[in-house]
Design a protein around this ligand. Structure first.
Ligand code: NAD
Ligand code: TYD
Length: 341
């Protein structure tokens, strides 16, 4: 089987490429990534000389580049991770790049998949398309889409385009919607790696608002095993929620990280809240568990410990991704915010 993985040099994509190459000796991966700030070839150095893995630097929003990839490689399955993925960037830098990649890019890929008769198209989506929960309940696949920030809105738009390609053109599509991921190779702009990186340097840990927003955390390797199952066994046209039932307030995560790194809680700084900040996410993943027999393998505490350990052992990786542009991004986002007193 030849799988086109888009965005395979990013956090989850690179973990998925690693999962596939280590699990299936016969698999071939064509990894198409334009290498934005979030795409990093250092995430995949061990597979540099593996002939089952071909990296193509190309943009999913470019019809010519996508056509070239599909013409050169006979693709059986597309798994689309490529996206602008950070909510704060969509709010503070602008939504344009998000619309180009997350919406237009998805349509370009869907058209190419149809024209070239690809067997299956897996869209990697997110729980954020459902919006925010009140104090009770969790998102099911039937929860109406109600995105609250530009990132989430573009992902919801993509989901609808994927659905439409299935309904009107008969493309074999499946959509996965997963909760917040963490683990090795996550860019330190998202909560967990940002807090680890700052704590390592004894820098303040910027917590938005009152720190009581709830996210449902899953270890990236469990997300990858779920995608693998959906890709192989998911029913065409269906949506599958993915989550591992660990929904906790941000403050709990931050204090746990400080504990693991033996740093004082005085490093926590409450900063101005994110606009439109979704209060609570929680996933009901009963469908993938009962229908496809998937279960997550690691518990949260073990997985967080392993993640902190990974960052301790990869300080050079962290240093590389935080050079140059990262510094000005950090200053723009957090310098302007300042502590809430
Ligand atoms: P990431 O930002 O770490 O990686 C995105 C990758 O896509 C990068 O390698 C980047 O270079 C590439 N890319 C961006 N624009 C591209 C384009 N136009 N053409 C080709 N490649 C492009 O993101 P991630 O956290 O690994 O997320 C991957 C996917 O999973 C996204 O679709 C995201 O919406 C979804 N998702 C993420 C989470 C999470 O917690 N991180 C949770 C649920 C779903
Ligand atoms: P994030 O990792 O950006 O993921 P998402 O917005 O997709 O859920 O943020 C997770 C939670 O952590 C969210 O409630 C916002 C909060 N947060 C902070 O409090 N401080 C930070 O510096 C960041 C990046 C996030």
């Amino acid at each position: 089987m030849r799988v086109l993985v888009t965005g395979g040099a990013g956090f989850i994509g690179s973990n998925f490429v690693r999962h596939m190459l280590t699990t299936y000796p016969e698999i071939e991966i064509v990894n198409m990534d334009v290498l934005t700030y979030a795409g990093n070839l250092e995430n995949l150095t061990v597979f540099e000389d593996d002939e089952r893995h071909t990296l193509v630097r190309a943009n999913i929003a470019s019809e010519e580049e996508v056509e070239q990839v599909f013409r050169t490689h006979a693709i059986d399955v597309v798994v689309n991770f490529a996206a602008e993925s950070h909510v704060d960037r969509s709010l503070h830098i602008g939504a344009e790049a998000f619309i180009r990649t997350n919406v237009m890019g998805v349509q370009v890929l869907l058209d190419a998949a149809r024209v070239h008769g690809v067997g299956r198209f897996v869209q990697i989506s997110t729980d954020e398309v459902y919006g925010s929960l009140g104090a009770e309940g969790s998102f099911t696949e039937e929860t109406p889409l109600a995105p609250n920030n530009p990132y989430a809105a573009t992902k919801a738009g993509a989901d609808l385009l994927v659905r439409a390609a299935g309904k009107s053109h008969g493309v074999d599509v499946v959509i996965t919607r997963c909760s917040n991921n963490f683990g090795p190779y996550q860019f330190p702009e998202k909560l967990i790696p940002l807090m680890i990186a700052n704590a390592l340097e004894h820098k303040s840990l910027p917590v938005y608002g009152d720190g009581m927003n709830v996210r449902d955390w899953i270890y990236v390797q469990d997300h990858c095993s779920a995608i693998d199952v959906v890709m192989r066994k998911g029913r065409s046209g269906e949506v599958y929620n993915i989550g591992s039932d660990h929904d906790v307030p941000n403050m709990e995560i931050v204090t746990q990280i400080l504990g693991l790194l033996d740093r004082p809680e005085s490093l926590i700084t409450f900063v101005e809240d994110r606009p439109g900040h979704d209060r609570r996410y929680a996933m009901d993943s009963a469908k993938i568990r009962s229908e496809l027999g998937w279960t997550p393998s690691l518990n949260f505490d073990e997985a967080l410990k392993a993640t902190v350990q990974w960052y301790l052992e990869h300080e050079e990786w962290l240093e590389h991704v935080r050079s140059g542009a990262y510094q000005s991004y950090y200053e723009m986002l957090y310098g302007a915010r300042g502590p809430v007193v």
